[in-house]
Design a protein around this ligand. Structure first.
Ligand code: GNR
Ligand code: NI
Length: 167
């Protein structure tokens, strides 16, 4: 297995739109395993392929306490949503920043698994928030886009400084 490099805000590559997964082959299983390993090592509760420079509609998530419930969503589509929930969000592409974002409390979605089989899922709370955060990545959207321009600019400055210091 391989730990992959996670692209950081404000890298423009995070702004590209991911394209549907069409071939369900062995390389997708490898991608799933590598992304899970990368996510657990970070550590994080979700990772979109866009974050590791792969422009595919592919997401892994594990919101369980002991990292025992890895999930994978291929070509996810939101079917319905209900209510609102405001929670602090972070992103592996925006390290060490946590800010409140309002999301849907409950969602239902349709997706495929790594073998191409379709399934539907109802999610609420943290899982719902995490799925919405990851689906945003597929559209080139980041949680900092929901913040005020002032906050976003401040975070961008911080990230650019961090980059200079670690290069
Ligand atoms: O690790 C992560 N934690 C998190 C916390 C609250 C809301 C969303 C997330 S997702 C994030 C990992 C990540 O950046 N996924 O794209
Ligand atoms: Ni993220």
């Amino acid at each position: 297995m391989t730990i992959l490099n996670i692209i950081r805000f404000p890298d423009p590559r995070l702004r590209r739109k991911a394209t549907p997964v069409e071939s369900f082959d062995e390389s997708l299983i490898t991608l799933k395993n590598d992304m899970l390993e990368t996510m657990y090592a970070a550590p994080g509760i979700g990772l979109a392929a866009v974050q590791i420079d792969i422009l595919k509609r592919f997401i892994v998530i594990d919101v369980s306490e002991h990292c025992t419930e890895p999930r994978c969503f291929v070509n996810p589509q939101l079917l319905s949503h209900e209510g609102e929930i405001k929670t602090d969000e972070g992103c592996l592409s925006v390290p060490a920043i946590y800010e409140p974002v309002t999301r849907y409390q409950r969602i239902t979605l349709k997706a495929q698994n790594e073998h191409g089989e379709f399934f539907e899922l109802a999610a609420e709370g943290l899982l719902s928030v995490c799925i919405q955060h990851e689906m945003d990545h597929l559209e080139g959207k980041l949680f900092v886009d929901y913040l005020s321009d002032m906050k976003k600019k401040r975070i961008q400055k911080k990230m650019e400084k961090l980059r200079r210091e670690t290069m």
